[in-house]
Ligand binder design. Structure first.
Ligand code: GLY
Length: 288
């Protein structure tokens, strides 16, 4: 069995307000890193690690995913999520789901089932019932903060990328989308290649930002192609953000881990909460 040095990076979205007290964001990112790292440290799979990290952020009301998701123009929550493993390029995704506490776990179960990759709306909810993914009352996901529409203090989409000891890379992304979106609107997060991509011989990516712009440039896969040419994840992420701004005509950010376990991140906005962990760190490194 390959024994590689594991690595994990998580993000809490490129839409965070830099004037807001960062302590809540830091706590949320720390919890997510701790959840994912506990899996990798004990020799677990990168897939389980990114699921655990993203579930922690879906549970945290400060982030725009799961409980705390932004509301549609109709005042409802409609969530999107995806996950991918980079050995067999298997993936799972859901869009426009309501009443699911952990959309990323549903995406993972769909990936594991293997027959189809992507379910939306009621069909996705039916899959959750059949695959044993817990449902909840849709009202439980609506926080008072979102009801009052304090959009300026809301962080963004969440995501995680991990490399495990076997050399498997996985990536996952989860979001409530953009505030006031029209019901039925789907952004980049559940689209493999746009919001999420993983290929173990190259790296893994999770994106955040203007979904329509990210879709235009197929950002996650594009970032891995850039990484292939530059071999330096931080530089690759910066070039990918330039592509997002110039060709995609939008803003956002992304995180990445390459096959060697080197992490990269970049954003065009003023703040993207990020947390990293590898055996060289005694505690999560939070570069924000
Ligand atoms: N990047 C999240 C969205 O646009 O829905």
């Amino acid at each position: 069995m390959t024994s590689r040095v594991p690595a994990l990076i998580v993000h809490g979205g490129a839409g965070a307000d830099p004037t807001d007290d960062p302590d809540e964001l830091r706590d949320g990112i720390r919890q997510a890193v701790a959840a994912g790292w506990a899996v990798l440290r004990d020799g677990g799979s990168a897939v389980i690690a990114v699921e655990a990290a993203v579930c922690a952020l879906e549970d945290h009301p400060r982030f725009n995913a799961g409980r705390g998701s932004v509301l549609t123009a109709d005042g409802t929550v409609e969530m999107d999520a995806s996950i991918m493993e980079g050995d067999g390029l298997m993936n799972g995704a859901v869009a426009c789901v309501t009443g699911i506490r952990h959309p990323v776990s549903l995406a993972k179960r769909i990936m594991e089932e293997g027959r189809h990759s992507f379910f939306v709306g009621e069909g996705a909810r039916a899959r959750a019932r059949e695959l044993g993914v817990p449902l909840c009352d849709p009202a439980e996901l609506v926080t008072e903060r979102q009801r009052r529409r304090l959009e300026s203090i809301q962080a963004g989409t969440v995501g995680a990328v991990a490399l495990d000891r076997r050399g498997l890379i996985a990536a996952a992304t989860s979001t409530g989308g953009i505030p006031g979106k029209l019901p039925g609107r789907v952004g980049d997060s559940p689209l493999i290649g746009c919001g999420t991509y993983a290929e173990s011989t190259l790296g893994g990516v999770s994106c955040t930002g203007d979904g329509e712009a990210i879709i235009r440039v197929v950002l996650a896969r594009r970032a891995l192609d850039i990484l292939k040419a530059t071999t330096e994840p931080r530089h690759a992420c910066q070039v990918a953000v330039d592509v997002l701004v110039e060709e995609g005509r939008g803003g956002g950010g992304l995180i990445c881990i390459d096959w060697k376990g080197q992490a990269g991140w970049a954003q065009s906005t003023s703040l993207m909460p990020v947390g990293l962990m590898s055996p060289g760190h005694s505690a999560p490194f939070l570069p924000f």
